[in-house]
Design a protein around this ligand. Structure first.
Ligand SMILES: [Zn+2]
Length: 303
């Protein structure tokens, strides 16, 4: 099933990292720049993330003896410094997740660079170091993103969906390479548990156990075939009481297996780099961007 399996440390069967994107109420202010502050109920729903869910999630990790990764827009870090402190206290990682959840695909390269740097400044000020990893808001990784990340010394990206195992992104412009730790929409919790009229996203909300089933099946495949399990979760969605109850019970059993490597993404990326540099492993390479010009313009119209 996997053509080029990657060796994991200490004989682990697979690598696992729950990634929580703590978007909080950035989404409301981005969609409603002049009236977002009036949407009190929506803000209360999203603020549940940093205020109630983050301490709960971090406490579970502490109890299980694991460290994981959180992606936080810089604006949210500044709004919720207590959540940042809680995440960092036990050695969890915070990765770059935009300034205020803006869309890089709709920005010029200069604008993208500006907000990327503004975010890095907040990370340095609040965490004492530059972020090692990046996840584009809503997976909106643009044609310039790889080069901007390479220029700034990032160690990995986790916005793309091109494989089941880590691979390398190579820049057409410079030949520079970056580790990609892929995930996919099937591991995102919005389709399971998010309904919001304010953000115009309406999915039938599933029960905690039926919504979780997708993660359990993805995990068993990762475990069986030695891949990477990277759920993309949100504290205001998966961090709600009943859902996190189901998740934490599962995590307890997964950790007890003893051969699953739970680690922050920066450590998984460092491992990929180490086995690549030593020649022990040769990851698949993907040249980015895939296309350098629009394809549709030269083609016949559909009708
Ligand atoms: Zn996000």
């Amino acid at each position: 099933m996997i053509q080029n399996p990657i060796p994991w440390p200490n004989g682990a069967r697979c690598a696992a990292c729950l990634t929580f994107d703590m978007d909080a109420d950035s989404l409301i202010h981005l969609d409603f720049p002049t009236s977002g502050h009036e949407r009190v109920s929506a803000i209360s729903w999203l603020r549940y993330g940093p205020t109630v869910a983050i301490p709960r999630i971090v406490e579970t990790y502490r109890r299980l003896g694991i460290r994981q990764t959180f992606f936080v827009p810089a604006w949210c870090m500044e709004q919720y410094p207590d959540a940042v402190e809680t995440i960092l206290k036990d050695g969890n990682e915070i990765g770059h997740h935009s300034y205020i959840h803006e869309n890089p695909v709709e920005q010029t390269r200069d604008d993208q660079a500006h907000w990327l740097d503004a975010g890095i400044d907040v990370h340095v000020r609040m965490t004492g170091r530059k972020p090692r990893g990046y996840r584009a808001p809503l997976y909106n990784f643009s044609a310039s993103t790889l080069d901007l990340l390479l220029e700034r010394g990032f160690a990995y990206d986790t916005s793309l969906m091109g494989d089941d195992i880590p691979y390398l992104l190579e820049s057409r412009e410079t030949g520079g390479r970056l580790v990609e730790l892929p995930t996919h929409w099937g591991l995102d919790d919005w389709p399971q548990w998010v309904q919001t009229f304010d953000l115009d996203y309406k999915m039938p909300i599933r029960s905690p156990s039926s919504g979780f089933q997708i993660y359990a099946e993805e995990f068993e495949a990762a475990y069986r075939y030695g891949t990477l399990w990277v759920p993309v979760l949100h504290p205001f969605a998966t961090g709600r009481l009943a859902r996190w109850h189901v998740f934490s019970e599962f995590l307890e059993k997964a950790v007890a297996r003893g051969d699953v490597w739970f680690a922050p993404m920066e450590e998984i990326a460092a491992h990929v780099k180490a086995v690549t540099d030593s020649g022990e492993y040769t990851p698949r390479l993907e040249l980015l961007p895939q296309y350098t010009a629009p394809i549709g313009r030269a083609l016949p119209r559909r009708r």
